[in-house]
Design a protein around this ligand. Sequence first.
Ligand code: XIL
Length: 800
Amino acid sequence: MLLPAFCAGQLAAARIVYPQAAVGPLGSDEFHIELHLANRDPNVPWQGTLRFLDGQTLSPAADLTIRVPPAEPADMGTSVAVNLPPSGAQSYYISSPGQLVVGVLVIESETAAPENLVTSFFYRLLTGGEGKDLIAVQPSRSPGLAYSVTLTRRAGLDVGLALVADDAIARAVQGLSIPATDVTLTFTPASGEPLVAQIQLGGGNAPHRPIFPSEVFGAAFPVEVDSGRLDLHASRPIHVTLLAVGTAPLFEDVQIGAAPAESAAWELFRLPEGGSFPEGGANLLAERFWPCSSSALEEVPGGLIGETGGSWTTVTHTQGPSLDIPGDFHVAAAVHAGAGYQGSLMLVGRLPSGTAWYRGVRRLDVGVSETGAVTLTAFNDSPSPVISQEWPVDPPLAGKAVLEIARSGNRLAVAANGRPIGEIQDNFGLLEDRRLWLGLNLPPRSRFALYGLAAMLPPGGQATLRPSPFRETQQIPEQALRIAAGARGLAVGAAVAPNFIADEPDYRRILGGQFNMLTAENVMKWEPIHPEPDRFNFCPADALVEFAQANQMAVRGHTLVWHNQLPSWVSSGNFTKEELMAVMRRHIQTLVGRYRGKVAHWDVVNEALDDSPGNPLRETVFLETIGPEYIDWAFRWAHEADPDAKLFYNDYGIEDLGSKSDRTYQLVRDLKERGVPIHGVGFQFHLRLPWAPTKTRMKENFARFTELGLEVAVTELDVGIPTPGITAEELERQAEIYRNVLEACLETEGCKTFVTWGFTDKHTWIPGFTDGKYDAPLPWDENYQPKPAFFALLETLRSP
Ligand code: XIL
């Protein structure tokens, strides 16, 4: 077994897919858990681990017996491997002689998709318990901030919820303190006022807790509830399971919607009378990408959380949606209020025009203070505010609080939880440009939870939503490479970066208009996407994938295993062979699993060959620690995580016939012979004038690879021109090379992919990489004008 044993620090490495809080106190009652697991995936096995963590410290429970039919009951130990074949199912029966008071059942997997695991769970008291049974139903699969649960309660049946703070399990196992999570519970009865209660998990209290509304709300909670709604808003992600206890409770008695509820966020906001939501305005958080704007923010199901260090975090979310506001409108934000929580929603009417943060800026911040007051600050082209207000609220805001800013002509009125708080005049030009970006401003050492964000229109109001630049669909011009390439079954792509998509309209226009494929130039590489052992930075990669989907483009994932742009925690981690294999497997499967079905090609291993003929493989930490078999493992693990993705070996200097190409051939031939799931070879094609391989030799080179049953792909084409002074002849020669490479691909049956390394000379790695000796390697110039190379490509694609 490759996974490290259950020990400090390791659990955090796995993806927890099913924390199931069990309840207590059970005293000396004997109990019995029946757990049924099924794998929904018809192709891929579901592999993971099952464990039961005991008590407040969440250490592995002792004295548990498990029976996995047909085997006999056995000591459960600290963990049990779960191994469900495709479409397979398995039952588990866990029992204990007593002692266990409260526990959490955890199912985790590094490899399997959580949504493919189907679970059901019975919890039976075998002795004692006054003849009552307890069942737990449908725990949330991914932790979230907002839940909406439908409850039924009647004589002989009581319903409740088991809550687990998401990071509790991993942190408790590592011996770390568990931060407080505040939860606001709101029960909305059929008639009458909502009941509100607050509880806390962690922060000195139990990190997981069964709660029954009958206890939390006391006598105010009705004895008979036909179908009541209970909303939960937590300040950090929690898991929720519905519990029913009673005499032979039946599943039919319990109705739930206990899943992180996007819709719960919508229900936060009440429209102004006679008002409406502008299209897309009801849930502005659905537009996402906040972590691309700031690493202090984390998107979680049901909202956004933030935590600041010693300095302010001021984020204008230009990567997200913005509003055009010719008329009156409201903006509302539901936030968490309470000790330790503070922060503001920012409305930014004009972005900074210089390097100083305040230069030209028109901005209004409305937020909550730590004491539960409402704050308002306005800026106009100066570092000190033009307006600064604090309005105390009685009683102070606590738990979930809805802040609302309503514009009516020149008036800006602020309300909290539906009550008017104060108003100001917009005499500082906030709305002069009729455009509004959203943002967040968080003071040092504060926490923040945002459950929802919406734009609303009062009667006669006007506002329209501009989607995030990553969701903008570009027009395809008549002279588009993608049209001509698509007609011949060729994917034509470019390597790109999300920041340019967000910031430069020309960049996204040409990218989406001209190409039907894109490669992540940097954001899927190990260092940027997995900078620390337990931290992934997915946002920029997600943004690229989203742009590709909005524009019907395929995605090439680049690259899983490479010696460059590899963080030092990997390259200098001094891992043993087993450890590095586990690290590599987790990295590969997390990425490939996350983008399963969305990334069509992966460059699984990049540049593994040494340049000198004597040493066949490059000396990397992977080769030195694991041995040459690391290449086999990388492909196998990637294939396990997405059996439909095409997997490539990618390298440079192999475009022409020659020694390095020979060694590539031997490498991939051996992989094929060993049954390693490799589907293609990527030829980088970083060329420089004047030299390029001839078309005949490229085709001959390609042919021996396609004879192995592999695809070949042009993956990183660019053609540098020597500096200084770029002549018209050079641009023509460059165009000819582009044409030759494309023709070699088109004339090779197994070549279906043609990707350039960037597309505009404005953004290319070549001058940086060559010390300024080469430049202008791409088909568009730095002003986004097409060069001869572009016309050569278009013409070649169009000629029969
Ligand atoms: C380059 C990127 O273009 C640069 O932005 C980055 O600084 C370094 O890496 N072969 C590869 C690519 O496989 O990942 C490299 O990309 C270029 C060489």
